[in-house]
Design a binder for this molecule. Structure first.
Ligand code: HEC
Length: 119
């Protein structure tokens, strides 16, 4: 009788462990897919250029945004909207680091609009 209870408990613990393993990373994925919403800012091109220089964007995207480690951004506005660029800078993507801890969302929005205007 006691053996039966022990194996029952063991089985229940396994079920709980499996459920946790399946659901925990799943929840994280959902959070990752959420799109951060871009604050509305008036484009300030000089400030955007200063941010891009100060944050080392140019070390990966080239001093003329012509691309090196990261892709060419000279005509990025014809491929991506300001919101999409905002999401990439905020969250990062592949080899592209996230800047949400380094920049204010307004600064990211300004850079995103500046890049989105490059067509
Ligand atoms: C450590 C190198 C690095 C730095 C620093 C960096 N990037 Fe990137 N960036 C990348 C790489 C690599 C990609 C390509 C990511 C991918 O598509 O997997 C990328 C992608 C992008 C894209 C999307 C381009 C496309 O064609 O999809 C934008 C926009 C961008 N970066 C802007 C910026 C801005 C603005 C900064 C500075 C705030 C910056 N990056 C800093 C490496 C970098």
């Amino acid at each position: 009788m006691q053996k039966w209870i022990m194996s029952g408990l063991f089985f229940a613990a396994c079920v709980v462990a499996i459920v946790l393993m399946v659901t925990l990373p799943g929840k994280e994925d959902v959070a990752q897919e959420e799109k951060p919403s871009m604050p509305e800012v008036k484009l300030d091109a000089a400030a955007a250029e200063a941010t891009v220089k100060a944050q080392g964007c140019l070390s990966c995207h080239g001093d003329q945004l012509q691309g090196s480690v990261g892709p060419n951004l000279q005509k990025i506005g014809s491929q991506l909207s300001a919101e999409e660029i905002y999401t990439i800078i905020t969250k990062g993507k592949g080899g592209m680091p996230s800047f949400k801890d380094k920049l204010k969302s307004e600064e990211i929005a300004n850079v995103a609009q500046w890049l989105a205007a490059k067509k």
